[in-house]
Ligand binder design. Sequence first.
Ligand code: RET
Length: 276
Amino acid sequence: MITQATGDASALVAPVAQTNAVEILRNDTVLSASLWINVALAGLAILLFVYMGRNVETPRARLIWVSTLLVPLVSLASYTALLSGLTVGTLEMPAGHALAGQEVFSPWGRYLTWTFSTPMILLALGLLAGTDTAKLFTAITMDVGMCVTGLAAALVTQSYLLRWVFFGISSAFFVAVLYVLLVEWPDDAARAGTAEIFGTLKLLTVVLWLGYPILWALGIEGFALIDAAVTSWGYSALDILAKYVFAFLLLRWVAGNEDTVASAPDGATASAVADD
Ligand code: RET
């Protein structure tokens, strides 16, 4: 009886799916290189951003700086966790999927850590636009909804339809984020005197963020038109632009225009006055 229980327990502590995923990572250098490059770039970005923000003093600019710095910090942890095998696995795809019945590599940790990195991007953008708390709260909570239901889309294996249902729910959250970015914040940024840089960063963000659901749909977890390594390189390339390049442009502007950031009207007051 006891022996049997011990046997079961050891089966639980050595999940087969995770072992397979680690082997896939070890054997596929193209796949693992897509992760290593981000570990290296995240490390460099952290050092660079600490240096760039060293003289930033005003509270609002400092908050933008810290939230921007958190983007590569979360990224470093995320990619290290993927490489260690902790947040990757293999999933058996349900009937209806192009690879039905096969074990498919799933870097589910990516979707999990987006829950922490993307709100930092939106916090920095919202502060730059001098927005109010309600709009900031809306953008961030909708974004978290998008990431968590995106994780569900990646993990659910009960039915193929359910994967796409979660994809649809996640996309609906994403539409709310896009609405705030494209409709609400540009007006706020104009009032705050940050319209030009906000316009550039908004465009970069909207175009690149749209790439993620497209890649998911084309990738191994969606229609499986492209393989795991190409999908992973796609996400890594998007990450490099949407995180490090984005954050660099934002921080460079904030460090050079601290007065504008500091003197931006308080978002809540500004919108109320504008609405009168
Ligand atoms: C998923 C699939 C489900 C539908 C949608 C998605 C959108 C993901 C996005 C991710 C952005 C990630 C970034 C990470 C930086 O650290 C989850 C792929 C809409 C927009 C910018």
